[in-house]
Design a protein around this ligand. Structure first.
Ligand SMILES: Nc1ncnc2c1ncn2[C@@H]1O[C@H](COP(=O)(O)OP(=O)(O)OP(=O)(O)O)[C@@H](O)[C@H]1O
Ligand SMILES: [Mg+2]
Length: 284
């Protein structure tokens, strides 16, 4: 309360004016504060959106460079694979013939081993060629949940044999256009990586859900996650951190996803890794 005496009417009027101005300024300050708060909130949201966009952009750039690398390697592989396979078939044939000779029977176990190794090499070449595959896949509209339901017992058996667990949590999703053989291969590769990353009793969770118009397949493990320095190498053929790995599982997944116009994303941390495959809505 201002206690003041005014001897002149002008002073009184001036006092009233100042009071009015003060009230207006206070209201203005309040308004300004509200505007600042609102704008701060908006900027925060914009910042979050920007971080999200940049994260997606980095992921897409990584994907594009991976696909470019795959393309070059793929073209080389296609030629090389065929050239290597023919002489291998000849060697395998001779080994099989010699294996049955009575005077070589003492070496039977060696022949078995050599044939096994040739078959293993052949299967690596098959995997590698499947990355290079350029011809369009035979795709048809189908329910991904149905495919996963059929496949799940196989994954479960795989889990059981390694002392691990797995669960399947489908939700209603739209049909997608897929090549069932290829998508089966993709799911098995992700699941196998998940099991290999987890300790005993670890649980693999396979889910399907809709994200807007996109049907998403998610495969989550309870492993230790992927090291930062390995992240940029994921999907490069022959990149492996496993003693017996060939490093062809993920390149195959990326290549299959690419043929389906699907996008692979992953989240990784010390509590595990989740791979997401986002299938586009099939054309009407
Ligand atoms: N779920 C996961 N958790 C942790 N690391 C992973 C996971 N998936 C992939 N990786 C890492 O990525 C590397 C490459 O995986 P990829 O499946 O291509 O090859 P691989 O599993 O090593 O061999 P294979 O050819 O037998 O699949 C792995 O060696 C591993 O280091
Ligand atoms: Mg693998």
């Amino acid at each position: 309360m201002i206690a003041a005496k005014f001897y002149r009417i002008e002073d009184w009027e001036r006092f009233v004016d100042i009071k009015k101005e003060l009230i207006e300024l206070k209201a203005y300050r309040l308004n300004l504060q509200e505007m600042v708060d609102k704008r701060t909130e908006e900027l925060k949201l914009e910042f979050e959106k920007r971080v999200d966009i940049e994260r997606k952009l980095t992921m897409l750039e990584r994907e594009v460079s991976k696909l470019e690398r795959l393309n070059v390697i793929g073209q080389l592989a296609a030629g090389l694979g065929h050239e290597v396979r023919n002489p291998m078939t000849t060697i395998r044939g001779f080994l099989q013939m010699l294996q049955n000779k009575t005077d070589l029977v003492t070496y039977k176990s060696y022949f078995d081993l050599m044939i096994e190794e040739i078959d293993r090499t052949n299967s690596i070449i098959t995997d590698f060629l499947s990355i290079a595959k350029n011809n369009p896949t035979v795709r048809r509209r189908q329910c991904l949940n149905q495919l996963l339901t059929n496949l799940f017992p196989l994954i479960q058996a795989d889990a059981f044999s390694q002392g691990k667990k797995c669960v399947f949590e489908p939700t209603d999703i739209t049909e997608v256009e897929i090549d069932p053989n290829e998508v089966t291969q993709l799911v098995l590769n992700f699941a196998r990586n998940g099991f290999e990353a987890m300790p005993l009793e670890g649980c693999l969770t396979i889910k399907t859900f809709m994200d807007g118009e996109i049907a998403v397949l998610s495969i989550k493990d309870e492993g230790k996650g992927i090291n930062n320095e390995h992240i940029s190498k994921l999907g490069t053929p022959f990149f492996t951190t496993k003693e017996n790995g060939t490093g062809l599982g993920l390149p195959m997944c990326y290549s299959i996803a690419d043929r389906h116009n699907a996008l692979i994303e992953f989240k990784t941390g010390t509590d595990g890794t989740t791979f997401l495959v986002r299938f586009p809505q099939p054309p009407e």
